[in-house]
Design a protein around this ligand. Structure first.
Ligand SMILES: [Mn+2]
Length: 399
């Protein structure tokens, strides 16, 4: 290494010291520079999801939050078009026009202000061994579930994080192909110590039984993005009396697939049920099945019509629009959510960020569902300034 580089390295190490801090304090005020005067535009800067505070939570056990965003860049379980390993990167990129104080007209709240959201980076997943990758994702998810949230149990928002005597953080996963839900369910089952009710938006069943299929000679080869729910059911992870598929319109191998899906324990809401029952009818079927149980929300982006989400692995035409899915989700406010994911975004097949944009807006919907029922934010006058200052102070303290 050249001498000059060694000197630079020594200087870089010193930057973390008190001497370096003093040097920075003595530097000219940057606001008098020629580049001052503008906030960073949404298309500029290094950005986390929605510009939220971010850190590698997995590497620092001291980091706390109410809701973590966690990328799972894994697509080792796909059957057709690959690329979902790039999903977390694209969804973050498409979230640039969201702000930490973005306020929802529908929910009348600023979800990222109502709760403390943290972008926890991605799980560093091996691309070479799916068995190891699944174990890595489970371990990472368990680690985040064990962080005590910042909300107070004494508040309405805190009560929504309480399970028995424990307060549990929530995680929103950015996939990744749908296989990532198997390690997530393993982690939730381990933590909550009960089978988990699942609300599953998808064009496909994802409960396919592949035990005797050609090309699947090993137990690991039978776990893919179309079979992971079958494996999860075999492991007792899914609440068979409270889980729902919504948005189905796939082809199957025959009636045996439906019989097996019944055994796994899902109720089926078809894409066409939106036409037959209407939005309220679909919402009522979902709510009556799930009740007030703790429920996990999994959204495969292919539940949307390919015109609304072309960048995904296994397209099915004739799906719901983004607006229709938003409308159904908004009818589900108040359910006992314990976590969520948005999966199967495959940027190499996307155009003009349509799919990634849909996914990032769905994360905003999920954030609102998690935050709903809390105080209505009133962003005006001094209250807003005081609120922002307090919020910023809390962030810096926690980081
Ligand atoms: Mn799926």
């Amino acid at each position: 290494m050249p001498v000059v580089s060694c000197a630079w390295l020594a200087g870089a190490v010193l930057l973390g010291t008190a001497a370096a801090q003093a040097a920075r304090a003595a530097a000219p005020d940057w606001t008098s520079s020629g580049y001052a005067g503008s906030a960073m535009p949404p298309h500029g800067g290094v950005r986390s999801f929605a510009g939220l505070p971010w850190t590698s939570c997995l590497h620092n056990e001291q980091v706390r939050f109410d809701v973590a965003l966690l990328g799972m860049p894994f697509d080792g379980g796909v059957s057709y078009r690959p690329g979902a390993r790039f999903g977390p990167k694209a969804i973050r990129e498409a979230s640039r026009r969201q702000r930490t104080n973005s306020w929802s007209l529908e929910y009348e709240q600023a979800p990222y202000e109502a709760l403390f959201f943290m972008d926890c980076d991605d799980v560093p997943i091996t691309p070479y061994d799916p068995a190891v990758a699944l174990a890595q994702m489970e371990a990472a998810y368990v680690t985040l579930l064990q962080r005590t949230p910042l909300v107070s149990r004494e508040t309405e928002r805190g009560q929504r994080f309480a399970t028995g005597t424990a307060l549990r953080s929530k995680v929103i996963v950015l996939g990744g192909d749908h296989t990532v839900v198997l390690p997530i369910l393993r982690a939730l089952h381990k933590t909550y110590e009960q089978p988990i009710a699942v609300l599953h938006f998808d064009a496909h069943l994802d409960t396919w039984k592949v035990y005797n299929s050609p090309g699947t000679p090993t137990p690991q080869s039978r776990i893919n993005h179309g079979s992971f729910f079958a494996r999860a059911a075999d492991e007792g992870l899914i609440d068979r009396n409270a889980s729902v598929h919504a948005g189905l319109r796939c082809r199957t191998n025959g009636p045996m697939d439906i019989r097996h899906d019944d055994q796994v324990g899902f109720e089926r809401v078809m894409t066409s049920d939106l036409d037959l029952l209407g939005r309220e009818g679909v919402i009522e079927r979902i709510r009556s099945r799930i009740g007030d149980r703790p429920v996990y929300l999994s959204i495969d982006i292919d539940v949307l019509d390919p015109s609304a989400a072309p960048g995904t692995g296994t397209l099915e035409t004739g799906g719901w629009t983004t607006r229709e899915l938003h409308g159904i989700l908004r009818g589900l406010r108040g359910l006992n959510w314990i976590g969520a994911d948005i999966v199967e975004v495959s940027p190499p097949y996307d155009h003009a960020e349509i799919t990634a944009y849909a996914a990032s807006d769905l994360v905003f919907e999920i954030a609102n569902l998690f935050a709903v029922g809390h105080e209505v934010d009133e962003p005006d006058g001094e209250d807003e300034l005081e609120h922002d200052a307090a919020h910023d102070a809390r962030r810096h303290t926690e980081l």
